[in-house]
Design a protein around this ligand. Structure first.
Ligand SMILES: *[C@@H]1O[C@H](CO)[C@@H](O)[C@H](O)[C@H]1NC(C)=O
Ligand SMILES: *[C@@H]1O[C@H](CO)[C@@H](O)[C@H](O)[C@H]1NC(C)=O
Length: 380
């Protein structure tokens, strides 16, 4: 019972960017300089089956310039530079669609009318996918936003332009933000730039008031939104991590699809696992999904949580992250005017693709337990 399955065919006809993923070199930045990473023939991941992959990418959202001109060409390479970024009062949220990442990730704008089972219409908006920061902090993150408006939910989704992944190990460092957590956000249909524009004008004063607000007790995010991190081919060929804001923050859902039988209107036993996680999803942590040929594994902070051999996807897939609410039984419904934000610090993907197997793996690199996330290290 997934939202995206019903509409993705339409998405793919619109997606015309050149898939550019395979064969990209590992690049990072240091003191503002771009460097090449180690030359690797393959990438090994840790775990009970330390498999290896031909390709590797890392998108780092932690040090993005909050200036439209500088952000336009920004490459999202990981960095070993930990100097603070001097974000001044002119720092502004950047829509992800206005950055160079769009050659790898497509910001979705499809919409779907409500129905009997999913009564609230949804409309993905490019305005709901942006780079932001907490006032006063030195680092940035990607935000996916969903907001319940009167007539529909304004939702967010990004999908890789490359659609022929065949087995991946993906990690997303993320958390769901508390209700009214102070961040810079761009205007949506009915919103303004800052959390409370009536208090002050934008700038240092707003930052100060947002910080004061942060000092007061934070409330949990509103019930009724679903965050998904998944591989996708079809409704019956996908592997998921799903977070429901109506759950306690230590509950997560791991599944290979299909996990729901629409004819019998019931869940398929064994398809989906409601799992209790040791770190709540309101805390920044690395969620990992390993899609291997015969098994799917889910990790949190590289600790194995659970595995599944049920309906492991067999088809070339895209990778999708979304945040939505459609009033159905699964997501629930947000109150009108409520907003939920998913914050992402980075996305890491080790992958194989369809086609002939790659050459031998002489230079192996590991991606787990490295000094800097996103910079693989040669295995001696
Ligand atoms: C906005 O700020 C004003 C002035 O500080 C305050 O009276 C009002 O309650 C705030 N509104 C919200 C929604 O926080
Ligand atoms: C990835 O592809 C290589 C061959 O190109 C293969 O040896 C390896 O087992 C594959 N990894 C996974 C996890 O399927």
């Amino acid at each position: 019972m997934r939202l995206h399955g019903l509409v993705l065919a339409a998405v793919f006809t619109l997606a015309c960017a050149q898939p550019s993923l395979p064969g990209q070199p590992v690049v990072f930045t240091q003191d503002g300089q771009q460097r090449n990473g180690p030359v690797c023939d393959c990438y090994v991941v840790d775990g009970p089956d330390p498999g290896h992959f031909q390709g590797y990418r890392f998108w780092d959202f932690r040090r993005v310039p909050l200036d439209p001109a500088a952000a336009a060409g920004y490459q999202f390479y990981p960095t070993v530079n930990d100097q603070p970024v001097p974000y001044g009062p002119a720092a502004q949220p950047i829509l992800l669609k206005d950055t160079a990442i769009t050659k790898d990730w497509l910001i979705q704008d499809w919409h779907r009318p409500g129905s009997r089972l999913f009564p609230v219409s949804i409309a993905n908006s490019e305005k709901n996918v942006f780079i932001s920061r907490t006032p006063g902090s030195d680092s940035t993150f990607l935000v996916l936003r969903t907001k319940r408006l009167d007539q529909y939910s304004s939702t967010a989704e990004i999908a890789t332009s490359f659609k022929s992944f065949l087995h991946v190990s993906m990690r997303v460092r993320l958390r769901i933000l508390e209700k009214d957590f102070p961040i810079l956000f761009p205007p949506a249909e009915t919103q303004r730039l800052f959390v409370n524009t009536s208090a002050t004008t934008p700038g240092e004063d707003s930052e100060a008031s947002a910080l004061r607000k942060r000092a007061t007790a934070l409330l949990p995010p509103p019930n009724g939104a679903c965050a998904g991190i998944f591989t996708y081919f079809s409704r019956t060929s996908e592997a998921d991590i799903e977070i429901l804001t109506s759950d306690p923050p230590t509950r997560i859902h791991y599944a290979n699809q299909p996990d729901y039988d629409p004819v019998l209107d019931q869940r398929i036993p064994g398809a989906s696992q409601d799992w209790n996680i040791p770190i709540p999803w309101t805390t920044m942590a690395t969620h990992r999904l390993d899609w291997f040929p015969d098994m799917t594994r889910w990790y949190l902070e590289n600790q194995l949580q659970t595995t599944s051999v049920y309906s492991v996807p067999k088809d070339p897939s895209t990778v999708i992250i979304n945040l939505w609410s459609d009033g159905g039984l699964w997501s629930g419904d947000l109150g009108v005017g409520e907003t939920v934000h998913l914050a992402i610090e980075w996305i890491e993907l080790a992958y194989n693709v369809t086609g002939p197997p790659a050459g031998p793996c002489n230079r192996k690199c590991r991606i787990d337990g490295v000094q800097f996330p996103g910079i693989p290290e040669l295995v001696p």
